[in-house]
Design a protein around this ligand. Structure first.
Ligand code: HEC
Ligand code: HEC
Length: 222
């Protein structure tokens, strides 16, 4: 790990300790709110401690609102996929630059129980991730790549695994309505191998940057 990310890690570790001290207060506040809102709202509105202490800073409280393009939306993402990615960040197996710098320290602070809890929470958020309404050039070409692949360049149809509507299933991620910058960044990571996944490394091997941008334009418009 670089010096920079190591420093970040110790910062996060310290933050984790401080945040722990606030836990009783956060729980008390939650119950005060639940009391006034009525019992039915307790389960639906329950925000896991780690979401309010950590995740919301970057992903937003409901996994939908982030101002920074390379931070993914998590709202409605498949639980199995979220669990698997958090385990990979924690174990240093998703060690692309943004994963290493931002998610490794966060994921290392999570217990298995908390991984399960935050994954259930984000998977259950509605509305699920959706287009921000921003148009990027190349969406029509991107749709063709997504649906048919590019046979001459040995790029398979993305729809084969991600589904006709790009909504995935299980450990195949939902990429419909995901952020444009994030999708381009991940395709670059798969292409250069810093994000390691047997299937996606092979698929992204021949994809060019303009093709990455086109497919991201299409997916982020869904
Ligand atoms: C400091 C900012 C930051 C915080 C805090 C943070 N994340 Fe992230 N998260 C990121 C970034 C940046 C990425 C993209 C990493 C990459 O490019 O590999 C990411 C990626 C993810 C992914 C992968 C999503 C996908 O589509 O592959 C999951 C799951 C995730 N974060 C969950 C969480 C959870 C749960 C928390 C709270 C416990 C959390 N994050 C806290 C910045 C953050
Ligand atoms: C053979 C099955 C398969 C095909 C075909 C496929 N993918 Fe994937 N894709 C996956 C799997 C599995 C993952 C999860 C990888 C991981 O766990 O790190 C993934 C992950 C991704 C991600 C990262 C999503 C996130 O939230 O981080 C993007 C973006 C993506 N694929 C885009 C594409 C595009 C674009 C194509 C077509 C050019 C494509 N995929 C074709 C199986 C496939």
């Amino acid at each position: 790990m670089t010096k920079l990310s190591h420093k970040k890690e110790s910062n996060w570790a310290r933050r984790g300790q401080t945040a722990g001290a606030w836990r009783p207060l956060a729980v008390a506040a939650l119950f005060a709110f639940a009391g006034s809102a009525g019992a039915a709202k307790v389960a639906a509105g329950h925000v896991p401690f780690r979401v309010s202490s950590d995740c919301q800073i970057c992903h937003g409280m409901h996994g939908a609102a982030t101002d920074y393009g390379v931070i993914p939306k998590l709202a409605g993402q498949h639980k199995a996929y979220i669990v698997q990615q958090l385990q990979q960040f924690r174990d240093g197996k998703r060690a692309d630059n943004n994963g290493d710098v931002y998610m490794l320290p966060v994921a290392q602070a999570l217990t298995n129980g908390q991984i399960n809890e935050v994954a259930s929470y984000f998977a259950a958020q509605r509305p699920r991730m959706q287009s921000a309404g921003v148009q990027h050039a190349g969406a029509a070409q991107g749709k063709a790549i997504f649906t048919n692949g590019v046979a001459s360049e040995q790029i398979p149809a993305c729809a084969e695994c991600h589904g006709a509507n790009a909504q995935g299933a299980g450990t195949f991620p939902d990429i419909a309505g995901q952020r444009y910058d994030y999708i381009v960044q991940q395709l670059k990571y798969f292409h250069n191998g810093t994000r390691s996944n047997q299937l996606m490394n092979q698929i992204a091997k021949n994809i060019t940057v303009p093709q990455m941008k086109a497919v991201a334009a299409y997916l982020s418009s869904l």
